[in-house]
Design a binder for this molecule. Structure first.
Ligand code: AMP
Length: 362
């Protein structure tokens, strides 16, 4: 267990690292950010920084020497970097989690292996395998690169008539997974934490709306049946326990209207994020313990905090030019504004978010 004054090393310097560092500072924990970028949002708020490539072993060794525990804000940390650091200091969540979540095929097999539903899928190594996959799963279906996809990048919706060889080449010939198209009624996520001692706590289920493949809003609690919410939390718990997870994770799921037997809403897991997640940003203003504090507590080996909600929370991302509305938002009663300190506004870039928490009817 770390004590106040200890230093947590964070790989990555974006807004998630920035909010982790701020939450840690409130509890007397210092953050040391390691990032290849020279101008990172987290640099404004950290105690120390290393600007180096993730392959730079001398820089990694010095970083490991300077910190008490290592964590990360993104799942695409190179496996060798995580292993190199894990040989020197505890890395939380453990590097095996990265191997599980970096590859959509490995991730889906892991989830199915726990008896949890995913979309139907097929391994697509070449155009021939794509034809066999389409024969099995039908159209529409979605072709995704196995690795390095985010916010809808690296995926193509396959509709009737699309030429399969051309589609496969459009993703650069990279190893892919074909997924059956899920006709969902809602997208939800469970943001939860597991401590070093196995303690598990989940926030209330979040309901997410995406626009152009980027999260637009999160509303908590999700408008789902209570038994669906309970099942969603159990799914997140089963995943966290099977991965021997330490820290905050998010499990994104689709809800399908089902009404068969006792199950009214079916849950299908889409993706696991081994980190704090955009759909958990509302917790900064809407819960007793934010997801960022919760993650810092978990990786420090501390007890987890209360996940109690203060009300109904609606979080809206400020994407690109949306952030130019900051003056009006500052003047809005009840709007909690967060800006990430990014110097350049770019279309599609997450610049900040705003959360509105309102009391719930008793
Ligand atoms: P992902 O990159 O897997 O998180 O997918 C981004 C978004 O694409 C999801 O949030 C869904 O809105 C949509 N999507 C992904 N996979 C599927 C699927 N198998 N069926 C229907 N929609 C999907």
């Amino acid at each position: 267990m770390l004590t106040p004054g200890a230093t947590i090393g964070i790989l990555g310097g974006g807004q998630l690292a920035r909010m982790l560092a701020m939450a840690g500072a409130r509890l007397g924990l210092k953050s040391h950010i390691f990032s290849p970028g020279a101008n990172e949002p987290a640099f404004d708020v950290c105690a120390a920084r290393t600007v180096a490539r993730y392959e730079d072993e001398a820089a990694l060794a010095a970083f490991a020497e300077a910190v008490d525990v290592v964590t990360y804000e993104f799942e695409n940390v190179p496996a060798r970097t995580a292993e190199f650091l894990a040989a020197r200091k505890p890395v939380r969540p453990n590097p095996r989690v990265l191997a599980l979540t970096q590859d959509r095929l490995v991730e889906k097999r892991f989830v199915q292996g726990l008896g949890i539903d995913t979309a139907g899928f097929a391994d697509v190594a070449d155009a021939g395998a794509l034809a066999r996959g389409v024969a099995k799963l039908g159209r529409p279906s979605i072709l995704k690169t196995r690795r390095l996809g985010y916010d809808g990048k690296g995926q193509i919706l396959l509709q009737g008539g699309a030429d399969l060889a051309v589609t496969f080449r459009a993703l650069g010939g990279a190893p892919c997974i074909l997924e059956s198209f899920v006709h969902f009624s809602k997208e939800i996520s469970v943001v939860a934490a597991r401590g070093v001692d196995g303690e598990f706590r989940a926030y209330d289920v979040c309901e997410n709306v995406h626009e152009h493949h980027i999260l637009a809003t999160t509303t908590t609690p999700a408008n789902i049946r209570p038994e669906t919410a309970a099942r969603a939390a159990l799914i997140a718990r089963a995943i966290a326990e099977a991965a021997d997870y330490v820290g905050v994770l998010a499990v994104e799921m689709f809800v399908l209207d089902h009404a068969v037997g006792p199950i009214w809403e079916r849950l299908v897991v889409n993706e696991i994020a081994p980190r704090v997640h955009n759909s958990g940003h509302w917790t900064l203003d809407g819960a007793t313990t934010s997801q960022f504090e919760q993650h810092m507590r978990a990786v420090a080996g501390w007890p987890l905090g209360s996940t109690r909600r203060h009300g109904r929370a609606v979080m809206s991302n400020l994407i690109g030019d949306d952030a130019n509305g900051w003056r009006e938002l500052l003047g809005e009663e009840g709007a909690c504004l967060h800006l990430y300190g990014k110097s350049e506004v770019r279309p599609g870039r997450k610049m900040g978010h705003v959360t509105r928490v309102t009391p719930e009817e008793p």
